[in-house]
Ligand binder design. Structure first.
Ligand code: SAM
Length: 274
C-alpha cells in the first residue's frame, strides 16, 4: 500500500527495461491507478513486469481538464503514479500542470527518480558538467529555430538539446551556422539500446558523419554542446549593457552595430534586446 493522497512521479526506462528501479516497480504495483501519457505504450511496459493497475490517460491535450479530477481523487485518499512514455515525466513530457495542481492543493508529490536521456547523455559526454542548461527540443520551424540559436550562441554553460531523427541533420547545420562549426559537441543516439552510439566531434564533424551515414540519422538523439566560455558571456553582458544605453538615443540597428563593435559581442544577439 502507498501513502494515501500521494502523487508518485515515477521515471521509466529510456530503452533498456533493466533500468526500471525496484522502487519504481513496487510503486507501480501498489498505487490505486497510473496516469500515463499513452496508455497503450505504458500497458506494454506494465505487462512485461506483470503489473495490473488501472491506467488513466494524461497527455498534453487533456492535462488541464484531467488535473482537477485527479486532484479530487488524491484528496479522496487515492494514491496515484504519474509516468510518461520514457524517462522522467515533466522533462519534455506532460505532467507539470498536474504536479502544480497537486502542490497547490497541498497534496504530497513524491519522486521515484530514474532514467532521463538528458542526464544520461551528459554523464557520458565528457563536456563540462558543473553548469549546464537544458533546452529540450529546438523549434520545429527553421526560422524560429535559427532565432533561438542566435540567442544561445554566447551561452557559456554546456547546452543540452533533444532531437528527433527527421530533424537532426537540419539542426546540426543550423547549430554549426549559429555557434561556429568548430564548437565541440557530443551526439548521443539510442542510449541504453542496441545501437547506442556516442560521437564526440565538432559541430561540422558531427554534421558530416550524420550526412554521410543514414544509420546515424536513425533513432533518438541528445546533443550536448560545449558552452561558449565565460569570455563570450562577459562580452555579451557588456554588449547588452551598451546596447541598452545607446538605444535610448540611436535607432536600434545603429545602437546594435556600435555596441557589438565596442564589446565584441555578436550584433545579432544584441539587436532588439531589452
Ligand atoms: N522524459 C524523457 C526523458 O526523461 O529523457 C524525454 C521525453 S522526450 C518526448 C523524447 C526525447 O528524449 C527524444 O526525442 C530524444 O531526444 C530523447 N531521448 C529519449 N530516449 C532516448 C534515448 N534512449 N537515447 C537518446 N535520446 C533519447
Amino acid at each position: 500500500m502507498q501513502t494515501p493522497g500521494t502523487l508518485h512521479v515515477v521515471a521509466t526506462p529510456i530503452g533498456n527495461l533493466g533500468d526500471l528501479s525496484p522502487r519504481a516497480l513496487e510503486t507501480l504495483r501498489t498505487v490505486d491507478a497510473i496516469c500515463a501519457e499513452d496508455t497503450r505504450h505504458t500497458r506494454q511496459l506494465l505487462s512485461h513486469f506483470g503489473v495490473e493497475r488501472p491506467l488513466l490517460a494524461l497527455h498534453q491535450h487533456n492535462e488541464d481538464a484531467q488535473a482537477s479530477q485527479l486532484v479530487a481523487r488524491l484528496q479522496a485518499g487515492e494514491s496515484l503514479a504519474l509516468v510518461s512514455d520514457a524517462g522522467t515525466p515533466l522533462v519534455s513530457d506532460p505532467g507539470f500542470r498536474l504536479v502544480g495542481a497537486a502542490r497547490a492543493a497541498g497534496l504530497r508529490v513524491s519522486p521515484v527518480p530514474g532514467a532521463c536521456a538528458a542526464i544520461a547523455a551528459l554523464s557520458v559526454a565528457g563536456v563540462a558538467s558543473d553548469r549546464f542548461v537544458f533546452e529540450g527540443f529546438l523549434p520545429a520551424r527553421g526560422g524560429a529555430r535559427r532565432e533561438r540559436l542566435v540567442l544561445l550562441a554566447a551561452e557559456p554553460r554546456t547546452l543540452i538539446f533533444y532531437e528527433s531523427a527527421h530533424r537532426i541533420s537540419e539542426s546540426l547545420a543550423d547549430l554549426a551556422a549559429a555557434f561556429g562549426g568548430s564548437r565541440r559537441a557530443v551526439l548521443a543516439r539510442e542510449l541504453t539500446k542496441l545501437f547506442e552510439t556516442v560521437l564526440d566531434d565538432t559541430l561540422d564533424g558531427l554534421r558530416a558523419t550524420v550526412e554521410a551515414d543514414p544509420n546515424q540519422r536513425k533513432g533518438e538523439f541528445v546533443l550536448v554542446v560545449e558552452g561558449a566560455g565565460d569570455d563570450a558571456d562577459a562580452k555579451l553582458q557588456e554588449g547588452l549593457r551598451l546596447y541598452a544605453k545607446l538605444a535610448e538615443h540611436l535607432p536600434p540597428s545603429t545602437a546594435a552595430k556600435l555596441a557589438a563593435e565596442l564589446s565584441g559581442a555578436p550584433r545579432k544577439a544584441l539587436y532588439g534586446a531589452g
